[in-house]
Design a protein around this ligand. Structure first.
Ligand code: SF4
Length: 271
């Protein structure tokens, strides 16, 4: 925009322009530092002062992580094996519960469909595969024609094929944790909204974890730190530490888990 004066390789700015440049740089540095901190969350959380600060800054939406698609997930999960993956340790609790309830009830309410629909889009299901998946799951309640009428638009919308044509990305943990599911709804983060007893039953049954491994998860849940509880669950079910943004994004959870399995590190429990 020719707002600066260039002379002998130097750029001279008016002081009024400095604020936006410096604040952008600061924001970038802060985000990098926060990402680094989140990788070491369990350690940092022990220090009350840092934990409070981190909690405050993350509320400012600086930590609303975007999911980065990774090649190890692409193509690994498809219509034929998604049910098996949903039963395995690869699935984070927030998505496992949605898959279970969808299979059980042949239905999920709007926000459940949104949360889970974007997750399966993130793990690589195409629009066509996604439509077949939902139609099949809903077939216990509605026939194909009814399904297309009632739900087809929303699926195409989430893939950016309708309305504003926004290509929506899968929800991050902070977005999921901020949801408040009502009765008959299963979206949100179970490590936050499940009652203690329900959660320990769920984790024992679905992840086959021992009482010893359950303790630190429940402790973090009770402290109101679902993201750290999620990291503890991942640690309890994997032998190799390939964690990358686990506790920040459910797609990062499955991604890191598949990476661990490729390296021979996840227990891969399929029930
Ligand atoms: Fe899902 Fe994130 Fe909650 Fe883990 S912390 S269960 S990935 S929302």
């Amino acid at each position: 925009m020719r707002r600066c004066f260039v002379h002998k390789g130097n750029i001279y700015l008016h002081s009024s322009q400095l604020f936006s440049i410096i604040s952008e740089e600061f924001k970038k540095d802060l985000k990098d530092a926060l990402l680094f901190s989140y990788r070491h969350l369990p350690m940092i959380a022990k220090d009350q002062r840092l934990a409070e600060l981190l909690k405050y800054v993350s509320r400012k939406e600086l930590l609303d992580f975007e999911y980065e698609e990774k090649s190890n997930v692409k193509g690994a999960i498809n219509l034929a094996n998604i049910d098996m993956f949903a039963r395995s340790v690869h699935y984070p609790p927030c998505m496992k519960i949605l898959h279970d309830k969808l299979s059980e009830n042949s239905h999920l309410r709007h926000f459940g469909r949104l949360q889970y629909g974007l997750f399966i889009k993130g793990i690589g299901l195409s629009l066509e595969e996604s439509s077949v998946f939902w139609k099949k799951k809903f077939s216990g309640k509605v026939n194909g024609e009814q399904f297309d009428k009632q739900y087809g638009y929303n699926i195409r919308h989430s893939y950016g094929k309708e309305g504003k044509r926004t290509d929506y990305t899968p929800w991050s943990c902070s977005k999921i944790i901020s949801q408040l599911p009502g009765s008959g709804e299963y979206h949100g983060c179970p490590l936050k909204y499940f009652k203690d007893e329900t959660l320990s039953d769920f984790l024992t049954k679905k992840y086959d974890i021992s009482v010893r491994d359950l303790l630190p998860i429940m402790e973090k849940k009770r402290e109101g730190a679902p993201q750290i509880a999620c990291i503890k669950l991942w640690d309890a079910t994997h032998k190799i530490d390939t964690k990358d943004n686990v506790g920040n994004h459910p797609n990062a959870y499955i991604n890191s888990s598949l990476e661990a399995e490729n390296m021979g590190g996840s227990k891969s429990i399929v029930k």
